[in-house]
Design a protein around this ligand. Sequence first.
Ligand SMILES: [Zn+2]
Length: 281
Amino acid sequence: MTVRRLLCAALLACVCAIPAACAAPSATPNPSSQPAASSGNAVPRNQAQADLELLKRTYPDVVASVSPDGLTLRDGTRLPYDDGRSKTPEQALDDADLQDMLAQPYPLAPVTAEPGPGVHPGRVRVTAFFKAAYGHTPEEVKASLVSVRFLGATVQFNSRNGAAKALEAVNADLERLLAANPELRRFVLPVSGTFAWRQIAGTQRLSMHSFGAAIDLNAKVNTYWQWYKGNDPLGLRKAFPAEVVEVFERHGFVWGGKWAEFDIMHFEYRPEMIAKAGAPR
Ligand SMILES: [Zn+2]
């Protein structure tokens, strides 16, 4: 491999932490067969209320108040629960409301089958919500980053909303897991990135890396759907140790390996998705 190719590989390895992977642009296969992410029909009031209360419970420092049709955040932002528009999953990625964000259930069980097209629980995000949670600008996010020890390395993670504390808890459990199962280390180390503020090319979307609330593990081993040249994505998902995924999920992180547009290296702190899925294990 030439130096240039090595550099390219290194840059690609950062892609998830930096631009595309973690909030990827898209060319999701089979758009015509994708399920609607948002019907545009009225959502039952009890479901709306449950989702809004869930967000207040899992982001207490972010949500100032809940009303029947939305949230008021502590930075003054007013977010509707349901904008009433009908969207494909791809449209929901670009223009999500809170209902879209919580619409797809995140599965806590290990992967046993390919997710259907457009199934990517946790990949739909309301950017204004996460700006209020973690910082509206790179400078504001940087001011909230703290150093977290992670398996012998030091990474930067957002101290707001319990994200850094959650990663510390992941680290404590992973230290025990890897001490007992050293063969799993290659899936986890080295860390390939945490904070990187960047808009994804061609979109207005920011990944959770922009907010210092996501971590990529060994991008050389754990690939991303747009880079993958093989024909066994399910095998890829199953090859990543379910014990590692379970540790992250226990502490409020979702795994990109459970998305149709898989991102095996990627974990992001999304306590609302885990809380909605069921009690952390
Ligand atoms: Zn990532």
